[in-house]
Design a protein around this ligand. Structure first.
Ligand code: NYM
Length: 215
């Protein structure tokens, strides 16, 4: 087998991403790893965690944006090793699209799409992204509101910005497709099957080489 495939699951807060990442990871096991961003266990991740959980911990919007991106950069070597050397698939919970969409939703002067994307340019790109959309509000999910950004009106803005980000980062040859899956009123198993339907052909396809895609 050539390299493993990089599958990303994105969505708003409490959309059920983590459950689905675990299901997909188990399905691909033992030939897979699951990862998430922010990766809170590193020093940079610790600062991010403090920012998200302690609403009185202040930091400029630009700084926290760059920290989220740095957190992705510090795990690139590991991602490359997992895909290319270990030939394992990666199932990822959040990545570049979250980075851009959440920062754009703040609508800070000067922090436009190009600014937000600049620091992520060159990161390893997923082979497929699945975006989970729930047309009913997620604000009744357990734990919603505990962390920064978990407010209904902000989440609506983030959703809009996700759409813009997907459009801007679409590849002309569709080498790194984004599949939108409506999870409204669906059970965990139903969503799992919908995800598998789009992911199976990607993980089943042989790569022509070990070459990774890049943003
Ligand atoms: N988040 C996540 C960002 O604002 N930028 C990023 O680059 C990433 C990866 O972190 N509200 C936000 C989205 C979430 C928060 O994520 C924590 P999670 O998946 O709840 O741990």
């Amino acid at each position: 087998m050539t390299r493993g495939k990089f599958i990303l699951i994105e969505g708003l807060d409490r959309a059920g991403k983590t459950t689905q990442v675990n299901r997909l990871y188990e399905r691909l096991s033992p030939n897979s790893e699951s990862m998430k961003f922010p990766e809170r266990s590193t020093q940079i991740g610790g600062l991010i965690n403090e920012y998200l959980t302690n609403k009185s911990f202040q930091m400029p919007d630009q700084t926290i944006h760059l920290l989220f991106s740095s957190n992705r950069w510090e795990r690139q070597e590991y991602i490359e090793k997992t895909l290319v050397t270990d030939k394992k698939h990666i199932v990822m919970d959040r990545y570049v699209y979250s980075g851009i969409a959440y920062s754009l939703a703040k609508e800070v002067d000067g922090m436009d799409f190009d600014w937000c994307f600049g620091c992520d340019k060159g990161l390893i790109r997923p082979d497929m992204t699945v975006f989970l959309v729930n047309s009913k509000s997620n604000d009744n999910r357990e734990g919603f509101g505990k962390e920064r950004y978990e407010q209904k009106c902000f989440q609506e803005k983030v959703h809009e910005k996700f759409d813009i980000t997907f459009q801007k980062l679409a590849t002309k040859d569709n080498t790194s497709p984004v599949q939108i899956i409506d999870v409204t009123d669906k059970s965990i198993t139903e969503v799992e099957e919908l995800i598998w339907k789009v992911v199976e052909p990607v993980v089943g396809a042989k790569s022509a080489s070990n070459q990774l895609l890049r943003f």
